[in-house]
Design a protein around this ligand. Sequence first.
Ligand SMILES: NC(=O)c1ccc[n+]([C@@H]2O[C@H](COP(=O)([O-])OP(=O)(O)OC[C@H]3O[C@@H](n4cnc5c(N)ncnc54)[C@H](O)[C@@H]3O)[C@@H](O)[C@H]2O)c1
Length: 282
Amino acid sequence: MAKKLAVIGAGLMGSGIAQVSAQAGWDVVLRDVTDGALARGRGGIEASYAKFVAKGKLDADAAEQALARITTTTDLDAVGDADVVVEAVFEKIEVKREIFQALDKLAKDDAVLASNTSAIPITKIAAATSCPERVVGTHFFSPVPMMQLCELVRGYKTSDETLAAAREFAESVGKTCIVVNRDVAGFVTTRLISALVVEAAKLYESGVASAEDIDLACKLGFGHAMGPLATADLTGVDILLHATDNIYAESQDEKFAPPEIMRRMVDAGDIGRKSGHGFYAH
Ligand SMILES: NC(=O)c1ccc[n+]([C@@H]2O[C@H](COP(=O)([O-])OP(=O)(O)OC[C@H]3O[C@@H](n4cnc5c(N)ncnc54)[C@H](O)[C@@H]3O)[C@@H](O)[C@H]2O)c1
């Protein structure tokens, strides 16, 4: 019998997770708070499947069957028979804690309760439940159908069984996992990109090299697909400033202290691609 997945939040990440999971044979229920959000999520999934079919990367019948495996609902009770629940709502701790409190009561006793948070400590989310050993981070990357990585995050009380079940789920939908053994701020991925962006911004700020040359060094010297300053512009300088500030606040490690230029860029509204200007003009 197909395994059952519940995804809470039908935004960019939740719909991506539902999409790859249904394609891999999971029966998926996608939950959001409004019918509009669910319709947008489902529409995005349909359009994405259509693109894969058009490129010859997915069979039309398989796409149709995958879509048929996804049901949508505004009712949280629908998590009741899920083997795995993945939460992918706004990055707000109060919202996530409220959802996990409800999941504690509504989900099966042996269901894995996962959060796709990019930065909130899993331990803080798990503490809203009476079963923190069943709570784990499954940090997927955007766009989910294209990005191979899933960062599994062990909260302070996550059990080995939960971590193993989360890995089994992520691998079953085609992802490759890394394990974050300690629930540190920024996990592994955000810590690495933050350290690189902070140093790149410092080199740029002090005039050691131009933005273009710093990015070229990473591309040609290290084989990175994109340089750190172009990455900051794509992600948003504001988002990265917030992430590095958080990691610095928790770790007190100077290497994560963002340089002033990142703050002034955000003050000035030069936050990257979405504003038309960042380390580069777009
Ligand atoms: N966008 C990214 O690149 C990315 C990458 C990795 C992780 N994340 C993380 O994934 C999570 C979701 O991010 P996103 O970009 O998909 O956000 P999004 O804004 O696209 O979607 C969030 C969705 O959650 C819904 N929602 C809010 N409260 C809800 C509730 N109580 N029940 C059900 N649905 C609810 C909203 O209506 C919305 O549709 C966040 O924790 C984010 O940090 C995002």
